[in-house]
Design a binder for this molecule. Structure first.
Ligand SMILES: NC(=O)C1=CN([C@@H]2O[C@H](COP(=O)(O)OP(=O)(O)OC[C@H]3O[C@@H](n4cnc5c(N)ncnc54)[C@H](O)[C@@H]3O)[C@@H](O)[C@H]2O)C=CC1
Ligand SMILES: O=C(CO)COP(=O)(O)O
Length: 332
């Protein structure tokens, strides 16, 4: 693979990922929805709204014309919010080259359908699942943009394709591992956002490291339970797309999900938290879809249930924590 790549979505991860692709040897076009973002990237080489510190490599350019950018690209990277993917991709699907690899960077579950992002891509773009790769791991965009060493997982049911994508995003600061467990990698990425909301609430409530370690560990347990019920390999949850991303997201003040949880933990309403934080916190919507998935598959996910109650039913975070602590005793 050495052709042209397109990154659809100019948020912080889409922009940082474009840099990774360019540093790994690609010409890259970023599609941005807003003309002001396109113009700033073209004129200054920076996405000043999302990653102002980052000077993009010369191989990266921007456009507002998705169809022109997609045509001829052999790597089509999707980096829009999970809940808008289906609508966006419906507009773009016709322009995607029949041999192109579609790469999902998104960490969410679709509301209503409870579909993972790769499933939405397969359905909407009309491609076989082995043409879709998922990139997921402890990858806070600002740290990658600053070239701080990090690893990730490239998951695809076609391991040859996973290896090609791995080569396309390998740089001295970004180390991708391949995996064929797409379900596990996608669930790890989506559920950790929900657990990070809980972690943020605990942080704002002044709770200590025992509480936080408990949330991470039991959060991982409920993620793995759901994953196994959906056909994932339990070992995936001990890896970068599971524990790795969960730890990075919960412990980092850069995380939008953790930050959103902190607002809720200070007693703000959902609307107040949304006003205070501008970027997408995927867990806020995905917690509803993940709760639905857990009920459909008869899997207990107590932390997710409580996060959903705080986010969408106005439950008090302290009472949510008390509810978790007063559950029926059970073996680990
Ligand atoms: N920011 C990060 O550190 C990381 C983010 N991710 C995931 O990557 C995905 C994308 O996130 P980010 O790049 O951070 O950006 P984001 O989620 O904040 O926004 C993505 C981009 O989509 C645009 N957008 C918003 N609504 C849209 C719509 N209706 N149609 C088309 N475009 C729209 C935004 O303007 C922005 O340019 C998310 O699923 C996130 O969970 C994954 C790893 C790291
Ligand atoms: O997925 C991420 C890091 O791997 C980014 O998390 P946030 O969306 O919470 O910022």
């Amino acid at each position: 693979m050495s052709g042209h790549a397109v990154v659809l979505g100019a948020g912080s991860w889409g922009t940082a990922f474009a840099k990774v692709l360019a540093d790994a040897g690609r010409d890259v076009t970023i599609w941005a929805r807003r003309e002001s973002v396109v113009n700033t990237i073209r004129e200054t080489g920076r996405n000043s709204e999302y990653l102002p510190e980052l000077r993009l490599p010369h191989r990266v350019t921007a456009t507002g014309d998705a169809s022109a950018a997609i045509a001829g690209a052999d790597l089509v990277v999707l980096a829009v919010p999970s809940q808008t993917l289906r609508g966006n991709l419906a507009d773009w699907a016709a322009f995607i080259d029949r041999d192109a690899t579609l790469v999902s960077l998104m960490k969410g579950i679709e509301l209503g359908t409870t579909k993972r992002m790769s499933q939405v891509i397969v359905e909407t773009a009309g491609v076989a699942e082995d043409r879709v790769a998922v990139v997921s791991g402890p990858n806070l965009a600002a740290e990658i943009a600053a070239e701080q060493p990090a690893a990730t997982v490239v998951a695809c049911t076609d391991m040859d394709r996973a290896t090609l994508v791995q080569a396309s995003v390998s740089t001295p600061y970004f180390r991708p591992y391949t995996n064929d467990d797409v379900i596990g990698c996608e669930l790890g990425g989506a559920v950790k956002n929900v657990i990070a909301l809980a972690y943020g609430m605990a942080t704002a409530m002044g709770l200590g490291d025992n509480t936080k370690a408990t949330l991470i560990t039991r959060g991982l347990a409920e993620t793995a339970r759901l994953g196994v019920a959906l056909g994932a390999d339990p070992l995936t949850f001990a890896g970068l797309a599971g524990m790795g991303d969960l730890v990075a997201t919960c412990s980092s003040p850069l995380s939008r999900n953790r930050t959103f949880g902190e607002h809720l933990g200070r007693g703000e309403t959902l609307e107040q938290a949304q006003t205070a934080t501008r970027q997408t916190a995927e867990g806020v919507k995905s917690c509803l879809a993940i709760r639905d998935l857990s009920r459909m598959h008869g899997v207990e996910m107590p932390i997710t249930e409580q996060v959903e109650l705080v986010c969408h039913e106005g439950a008090n975070p302290r009472l949510a924590m008390a509810a978790l602590m007063s559950r029926k005793p059970r073996p680990e």
